[in-house]
Design a protein around this ligand. Structure first.
Ligand code: AMP
Length: 198
């Protein structure tokens, strides 16, 4: 199964993606992790990305699209993957569509994890990442609202979006995610059936 996971900083995406990975048994493609790893290894992409990340800004699309394309080309992604934190802009979503359409592989669905903003700020205040400084957090929210939220409409129009209520215990949230995945599987199956019969 191929699933995109979208949510604002602090929504609990990290916790839920660990569960999702175990449940789906697919590779985890987290652009944040890929970028942090590139910085640690001192690669050219890492060098180019670091100043954007430290300021809470999005890394430019061409860098991200290239990194994700390389990762999706790896054989372990053939049966599916969890895309976590990608796409984050309409440009990235279009690039992903082009990649998948070019290879005839479907995206099964997009999970949006939604949590009220005050809770998000409280949760972030208790983490200790370089980009969790209050000003940087604010910037990351602005980017989410301005650049990532428009994607939700993009996927809603394509019938791929499931909005998950992210409030409650991790188990409660994961139950909602599991229900959405079952719905994705049904939708993919019926899309496939209508393609073969039409
Ligand atoms: P994350 O770990 O997903 O919260 O990402 C941490 C930071 O990496 C973000 O604040 C961005 O600076 C950068 N980043 C991660 N994924 C993307 C993406 N898809 N597009 C642009 N920047 C990204």
């Amino acid at each position: 199964m191929r699933v995109v996971f979208i949510g604002p900083p602090g929504a609990g995406k990290g916790t839920q993606s660990q569960r999702l990975l175990r449940y789906l048994n697919v590779p985890h493609i987290s652009t944040g992790d890929i970028l942090r790893d590139a910085i640690r290894r001192g690669t050219a992409e890492g060098f180019a990305a670091e100043r954007y990340m430290n300021a809470g800004n999005l890394v430019p699309d061409p860098i991200i699209i290239d990194l994700v394309g390389q990762r999706l080309d790896q054989p372990d992604c053939a049966a599916g993957c969890l895309l976590d934190g990608f796409p984050r802009t309409t440009g990235q979503a279009e690039a992903l569509d082009a990649y998948l359409n070019g290879r005839g592989i479907p995206l099964d669905g997009v999970l949006e994890l939604r949590v009220n903003e005050e809770i998000l700020i409280q949760r972030l205040a208790s983490r200790a990442r370089v980009d969790d400084d209050p000003n940087v957090i604010r910037q990351r929210f602005v980017n989410y609202r301005e650049r990532t939220e428009p994607l939700l409409d993009y996927y809603r129009e394509r019938g791929l979006l499931a909005t998950i209520n992210g409030m409650g215990s991790p188990d409660e949230v994961f139950d909602r995610i599991r229900a959405a995945l079952q719905e994705f599987a049904r939708t993919t199956a019926s899309r496939k059936a209508s393609r073969t019969s039409g």
